[in-house]
Design a protein around this ligand. Structure first.
Ligand code: FES
Length: 177
């Protein structure tokens, strides 16, 4: 969406029929109305509570703070710290450091890439798993090493890593329902 089309949108449209998420964002914005220049503080608080800036953020915050959507959108897109995409439920980080490479890390990376259909930095189609690379977890003697859903695993082979990812993915699917 361009700045022009955003600026043409009325900021005084009441976020009617909004979701509970929108209502909570509105509550956050209202709670800071008396503060000078509250936009950044409101956005930081929304992100702290939701883990990202949900889709209704620009519309609701613009309405509550009596700003144009273009102003709010401009601030959100200016600061790299603001995230408009929900964080993944599961992060799979595979070590590509030298020690892990020497014991087969690259084959693990390639296997996971093709199994999940994502590249490094990408997410599965359902958005639940993100694949990352790390260049040493400090677990070199027990490589290849990967972190799956916050837990470090060493001496991995493709079958074990697949099983760990499948288990985490299944848990994430259930949690997303
Ligand atoms: S190189 Fe992989 S844990 Fe150190």
């Amino acid at each position: 969406m361009t700045e022009r089309s955003l600026s043409e949108m009325p900021s005084d449209a009441t976020p009617q029929g909004g979701s509970p998420e929108d209502a909570h964002i509105a509550e956050i914005a209202r709670s800071r109305l008396g503060e000078p220049g509250p936009l950044l503080e409101v956005l930081h608080q929304v992100q702290a509570e939701f883990g990202y800036l949900p889709p209704g953020t620009t519309r609701v915050v613009a309405h509550e703070l009596n700003l144009s959507r273009a102003e709010v959108h401009g601030v959100i897109s200016f600061y790299a710290d603001f995230h408009t995409e929900a964080p993944p439920r599961v992060t799979v980080a595979i070590c590509r450091g030298e020690a892990c490479q020497s014991v087969g890390a690259e084959a693990l990376v390639n296997n996971v890439r093709s199994r999940l259909g994502v590249d490094i930095g990408g997410r599965t189609a359902d958005g639940l798993i993100e694949l990352e690379q790390i260049f040493c977890f400090g677990n070199c003697a027990l490589g290849p090493t990967a972190n799956v859903a916050g837990r470090l695993h060493g001496r991995l082979d493709a079958a074990r890593l697949d099983a760990l990812i499948d288990e985490a993915h299944q848990g994430a699917r259930l949690g997303a329902r």
